[in-house]
Design a protein around this ligand. Structure first.
Ligand code: NAD
Length: 367
């Protein structure tokens, strides 16, 4: 299915971030021509820099809150596909910078949708929001795409607001348009090699262990539906491909999450990850439990992914151990040689594609 991207012009906003870098690498592997649009290199170290992705794409620095700049890049690059990932994506930062979070995540999405109104050529756009767009009523069941949108904290609210803007623009401008098609993808927290963002558990572990320190954790028994970054990315790519082939999917939102089997505690993940990298890090104890909870973060939030399974035939590919192996292998390779990032990414994408093929993933079939 992903052969549809070969030779296509693809705009990725947020391409310098964690998910944007992996998506770019996969698109490059598929033979696409990628144009990236981001405001900065958000972390140091950075996967985008270490993998030297700039060399392989057309990269433009710009702000999604700048309507004219976004309009210019879309009119000039005439993308066949757009993946909108640009966001202030860190929950803790959203408490320090609520206005920037809201304006980037909400107005950035509004600007993209406004630009799309002026697009005359065929274009399919996937807007990445989050599982946090749902009103979290702290129940054990998975949220469905028809559940209430909400958000008690700023980050969640900004993603809920982006979903509402998407719906309003679809109903007002895109409902009867065949050429421009839009959909949103909602996924939960992901883990994977090359993430260096703050307040993410795997990153905190790796950074602490590289300094030969224990990682400080606050909620050791918290359960999260862990998934590898390539899982939702395979979902976004599947959605974009299906959207370009089927107009009926325009205006729809899709959840991309792991199976319940992948729900393990924070402590499980730390122990399992440490097992994979311990030979490279000299730490007396991998973690230290602290009781300070600095800000409210939504509790357990599961996604019901039956709609993606039914309408896109998409399911996640890796089991929990494979997911942790991918992450451990990537950081082990990084610790040994940080210049191997591009080849390590490509190798992991190939491994993931092979596992997908073995398991009959829809996206491994030819169109
Ligand atoms: N990482 C996760 O676990 C996760 C989970 C659910 C949803 N998401 C969503 O996926 C997307 C990508 O997340 P990520 O983890 O790669 O984030 P990230 O912080 O690593 O990257 C964010 C990207 O957005 C860009 N950006 C931020 N503000 C911008 C602005 N005003 N103008 C232009 N570019 C701007 C940054 O430069 C960077 O390229 C985001 O929309 C995020 O909300 C991420």
């Amino acid at each position: 299915m992903f052969n549809i991207f070969r030779g296509k012009r693809i705009l990725v906003t947020g391409n310098t971030g964690f998910k944007g870098s992996w998506l770019t690498a996969w698109l490059l592997k598929l033979g696409a021509n990628v144009v990236g649009f981001s405001d900065c290199i958000p972390t140091n170290p950075s996967l985008f820099v270490d993998a030297d992705l700039k060399k392989h794409i057309t990269h433009i620095f710009g702000d999604v809150r700048d309507l004219d700049a976004l309009d210019r890049i879309i009119q000039e690059s005439r993308p066949d596909f757009i993946f909108h990932l640009a966001a202030q994506a860190i929950v803790s930062t959203s408490y320090q910078e609520p206005a920037r979070t809201m304006s980037t995540n909400f107005m950035g999405t509004v600007n993209l949708l406004d630009c799309l109104r002026r697009v005359a050529h065929p274009c399919s756009a996937v807007i990445v929001t989050s599982d946090k767009c749902y009103e979290n009523v702290e129940w054990i069941w998975g949220y469905k795409e028809t559940d209430q949108i909400g958000g008690k904290d700023i980050y969640s609210g900004s993603k809920g607001a982006a979903e509402i803007a998407f719906h309003s623009f679809y109903e007002s401008f895109f409902k009867d348009r065949k050429t421009v098609r839009i959909a949103t993808g909602r996924a939960g927290n992901v883990i994977g090699g090359g993430d260096w963002a703050t307040d993410r558990i795997v990153v905190d572990c790796i950074k602490s262990w590289m300094r030969s320190e224990s990682v400080r954790i606050r909620s050791p028994e918290a359960t999260r539906p862990w998934q590898h970054v390539l899982e939702p990315i395979s979902g976004y790519l599947t959605l974009a491909a299906c959207l370009s082939l089927n107009m009926e999917l325009s205006g729809e939102s899709f959840n991309f999450g792991p199976t319940a089997e992948k729900s393990r505690t924070v402590l499980d993940v730390i122990d399992n990850l440490y097992e994979r990298v311990k030979l490279l890090c000299d730490v007396s104890s991998p973690y230290e439990i602290v009781d300070r909870v600095p800000f409210h973060e939504a509790g357990l939030l599961r996604l019901n992914c039956e709609k993606s399974q039914f309408k896109l035939k998409w399911t996640s590919t890796l089991d929990y151990d494979e997911c942790i192996n991918f992450v451990g292998d990537w950081y082990s390779a990084y610790i040994k040689d940080s210049t191997s990032s591009y080849s390590k990414m490509m190798q992991q994408i190939s491994n993931y594609e092979n596992l997908g093929k073995e398991r009959g993933a829809i996206w491994t079939r030819s169109l």
